[in-house]
Design a protein. Sequence first.
Lengths: 250, 409
Amino acid sequence: MKAVHMIIETIDLTKVYGMDGVSVTALENVNIQIEAGDFVAIMGPSGSGKSTLLNILGCLARPTSGKYILDGEDVSNLDKVQLAAIRNLKLGYVFQSYNLLSHTTALRNVILPLLYDRTRRVPQQEWQGIGEKMLEAVGLGDRMHHQPQELSGGQQQRVAIARALINDPVVIIADEPTGNLDSRSGEEIMGLLDTFHKKGVTIVIVTHDPIVAAHTQRTIHLKDGHIDTIVHNGSSLHQIAKKEADYAAI
Amino acid sequence: MQPSEVLRIAWEAIGKNKVRSLLTMLGIIIGVAAVIIMIAISAGTEATISDQITSLGSNLIYVSSSFSRMGPGVASSSGGLIYDDATAIEENISGVKGVVVEQDASETVKAGSVSLDSISITGTSPDFLSVRNLTLAEGRFYTADDITNKKKVVVLGFDLAQELFGDTDAIGQTILVSTTRLTVVGVLAEKGTVGDVDYDARLYAPISVVLQKFAQTPFSRIMGDQIRMIFVQVDDTADMDNVILQTQILLAKRHNVSLDSLDFTVTTQEDIIATQESTTSAFRSLLAWVAGVSLIVGGIGIMNIMLVSVTERTREIGLRQSIGATPADIRWQFLTEALLMSLVGGMIGTAVGVGGSWLFGTVSSMRTVIVPSSILLAFGSAAFVGAFFGFYPANRAAQLDPIDALRHE
């Protein structure tokens, strides 16, 4: 049995925004643990701090105090350049509005993260092959050379998911991934995320939609910058296996 | 990020807004073309002037009267060059090929019913044609004999002959200059205007006749006949400095002045060309600056469009940041775009400038000389302008906060 690998661990994570002498505490002493292979939803009303938490977990912002340990590395005090490298290597983003480059083919969009990879430096001649494989994995093998404006919303989000996965990140961070989609396309996207989760991809998803949250194993509810409740959404096979592992560890 | 990818992204970004990019580049195109054309025109003018000056004979030394020693007012009554100075130079200085004297006058000229006022008369000696590099259209020039015997003969400039006699043959005709009758023995070939002297609109008479009839100076019996200028043609270019020095020593002795307070000046064609060039080069740099201003205006255009572009593409910047672009990556991307735009503009501008210079030289009467360094200068300034005016927008893009950028509508 393999030991549990912690992907995300926050210790007393606090974020204070200071504006003109008035400081607003967006997050206060938030402690979260997300293990490899977890599928976690973060919910909460607006102002609960979920965007702030997402930004910190996504290495787009730094906590005011507390620690954020990502894949065993303390990233709370890294500078802009180091954070950019972390985002490139360890994180994959899926946005509500897809954020694909217009007038650029699906394939070019998918391989975009490879352009900014300074660590692994995948040879340029391999990019296309990798990109094609990722697009096939999200079911868009026949749409590689289409531009975003020629794709449906659901297809665009699939391209975005392929882009998020191309650098083999330790966690996918999805911000309302179904927010701009009709319910059918939304279900398809959640189904796709389920598929990747089953393959072992760790996913954190921010949503206000309970149906979306129901796809996950755990839902972290935030309220006023604190964790309100953590709800376990039934037990998948995966989870049971993991719990057995936990017991074995004891 | 690989430079090839940076270039590719920049090129794609420019391509996405073709019309806008082209209009932005227009400023640079005009600026670069203007620099090249302006410099080509002034270089052409310079070359024309220098050609004209050298066309008036080669290896020439100009000795002219100067009265600086005397001060103004008293000047014309004493000092200066006299006719015998020329003879002395010819006889005493080695390496001299020919000596020509000139004295000018201005008189009314009549031929038949035609009467012309204030026609310039050049009194000169037989070597004039060879020393000043002029040729006859017809007839002959006056000889040493004509000078000695003060023969009343005259050679007409080309245009003057036309004005006085039209299509009828001027040779053998008589003209009345002031009150003196002169017989036309020759007509010069066309030469045009060099400096401010129109060689075609004047007449040329033996120096002895001019000094006696048209340019009498007071005291000439005592001091000798004053003349305006002596042209000394030197055999060998290498001998120029030597002849200049000998001339100065000889004339200083004859005029009884010391070498550091000469009452005459000695110049060469090179001096005159250099003087002309210093005038035109001042003019040239003025033109270049004016053209440079349009380059700066072009640069501001680029900055403006780049700022618009950064704003328009804020979300794209945010996305690139979120997938791992560093501030430096973003800065390079936009700087490259600005640079590429100004370089492409510079290339088009160079083509337009070279083509325009050629066209201008062909169509107009002005001569243009395309100076290779001007292309380099124009192109270099375009690149500099691109980098300079691209930096601020690029830096602004680089400093965007990824969260704000992603949220930008």
